[in-house]
Design a protein around this ligand. Structure first.
Ligand SMILES: CC(C)(COP(=O)(O)OP(=O)(O)OC[C@H]1O[C@@H](n2cnc3c(N)ncnc32)[C@H](O)[C@@H]1OP(=O)(O)O)[C@@H](O)C(=O)NCCC(=O)NCCS
Length: 168
């Protein structure tokens, strides 16, 4: 919602929060553009996008997390993106948000593979990726610099469900 604009801008003003987000909006206007861009989902892939992350206990806006399309080594990928306000770091919330988004991507959007692109020094993000079951796959480089690519494939359908599906 546009109501989140001030909170989102405050997030991006924190140098610790934006340290490993090389393409983060640099001012209020760019923040507004990003928010408007994502308000109806990603323009090309409307089922993807960045979404407000709301702290259940206080109803506060504490971040933006979501699923973003990207092209890596000529392959279409979907990236799990997470960013939490510094005041809320270290409480498991980044992991909780990333886990929920991963589940949404696999179960509701039926995606078969999800990735994270992470700068080598961003240990908190690497830990979140590992905690949601991702493993290191390869190093890469794009216009924003070098990254580590972590990935996870959709787990196979449990046997019980397979029987359920094949029943006439
Ligand atoms: C990455 C981020 C979302 C993690 O959020 P968080 O809510 O603090 O994460 P969690 O509390 O779920 O912690 C996940 C794990 O990382 C560890 N961790 C957290 N901060 C860490 C740090 N600075 N260095 C090393 N490990 C760290 C935690 O201890 C935890 O592991 P554990 O359960 O084994 O102890 C948060 O740091 C952030 O928003 N960073 C700025 C934006 C960003 O870089 N996003 C990722 C871009 S790729």
């Amino acid at each position: 919602m546009l109501d989140d604009l001030d909170d989102l801008f405050a997030l991006y003003c924190d140098p610790d929060v934006r340290k490993y987000i090389p393409d983060a909006p640099r001012n209020f206007e760019e923040t507004r553009e990003e928010l408007e861009w994502h308000m109806n989902g990603h323009p090309k892939y409307p089922e993807l996008g960045l979404w407000a992350t709301i702290h259940k206990e206080t109803n506060m806006f504490i971040g933006r997390c979501g699923l973003l399309p990207s092209m890596i080594d000529g392959q279409n990928e979907v990236e799990v993106a997470y960013l939490i306000s510094k005041a809320f770091w270290g409480q498991g919330l980044g992991t909780e948000a990333a886990q929920a988004i991963l589940k949404y991507g696999f179960e509701k959007l039926n995606l078969h593979r999800l990735i994270c692109l992470i700068e080598r020094e961003n240990l908190a993000s690497i830990n979140v990726a590992k905690k949601i079951g991702m493993t290191f796959e390869k190093e890469g480089k794009d216009e924003t610099g070098p990254f580590l690519l972590y990935s996870i494939n959709k787990p196979p359908v449990p046997m019980a469900n397979q029987r359920e599906i094949s029943r006439p």
